[in-house]
Design a protein around this ligand. Structure first.
Ligand code: ATP
Length: 258
């Protein structure tokens, strides 16, 4: 992967701009700064290595050199997107999931921000907002996708098992640039449908643990059967008393019931 080959590979997608780094701290940090400096809609920052990749709450996201995809998209949301901002994580998750499905894999979305292959985490999403006063100026949608075996961190470093596309395919993995092209193509398709039931239904169908008992640990612990999604992408559970409980976005970790 290098800047020239990436530019060529992605040329059909009408990117706002592209910045490539052999190594950087965090593609989201680069994208946040670029967005604040006026980057055009659908600009992208790609790195071959992140030295301080971030998950939620500044948890570390590993991106060893040459092994993974780490990129951040800058979006300047349309009015219909602005009315459905909380669906952005679903849009990103579906884009990665579609690409995995095209490779013959069976991806699932671990709400809210991870993609599982065979029950293990293969990708994560981190969305951050650039504000202009109290209006949204732009969104930065960061995605980390484990491509080669060495991109999945060792189990001792993790609270949830990890895997890579290569491990799950068990055969030669497509080039990272081809995978990025597919994810971005899917993103563009879904982006035009952000307000639709089609997007919500596809997102819901792809949810991991649907119909199963789960624990959602955030400010409080909620347990129940995972039923599906609310229109804004919040998670809907049925607790032991039979009451419907809605788990809103936030720092929530979802787990199957032990
Ligand atoms: P969890 O998956 O435990 O519910 P989370 O979704 O909140 O947590 P994030 O903040 O999205 O997790 O991601 C950071 C966490 O993901 C890290 O704390 C680490 O455990 C794990 N992790 C870091 N890098 C990778 C990677 N390349 N592949 C899979 N998991 C990773």
């Amino acid at each position: 992967m290098n800047e020239n080959s990436l530019k060529k590979k992605l040329s059909k997608l009408k990117l706002g701009g592209l910045r490539y780094f052999n190594s950087t701290g965090s593609t989201n940090d680069e994208a946040l700064a670029w967005a604040a400096a006026g980057a055009a809609d659908f600009s992208i920052v790609v790195a071959d290595e992140q030295t301080h990749g971030r998950g939620r709450l500044d948890r570390q996201w590993f991106t060893p050199k040459g092994q993974a995809l780490a990129f951040s998209l800058i979006l300047r949301p349309s009015n219909s997107h602005l009315s459905h901002l909380s669906r952005t994580v679903g849009l990103a998750a579906l884009s990665i999931a579609d690409c995995c499905s095209r490779l013959g894999l069976k991806p699932q979305i671990k709400w809210p921000n991870d993609i599982l292959l065979n029950g293990k985490k293969a990708a994560g999403i981190l969305i951050e907002t650039v504000w202009s006063g109290d209006e949204v100026d732009s969104l930065v949608v960061g995605m980390g996708v484990n491509i080669h075996t060495a991109s999945a961190p060792p189990a001792r470093a993790l609270q949830f098992p990890a895997t890579s596309i290569e491990d799950e395919l068990g055969q030669k993995t497509p080039d990272r640039e081809d995978i990025l092209f597919d994810i971005l193509s899917a993103f563009l398709r879904w982006r035009g449908s952000i307000e639709t039931d089609e997007l919500l239904e596809a997102w819901e169908r792809a949810l991991a643990f649907r119909g199963e008992q789960v624990q959602a640990a955030g400010d409080s612990l909620v347990e129940g059967e995972l039923l599906g999604l609310e229109p804004d992408g919040s998670l809907r559970l049925r607790d032991r008393k039979g009451d419907i409980v809605v788990v809103r976005y936030g720092d929530v970790s979802l787990r199957p019931m032990p």
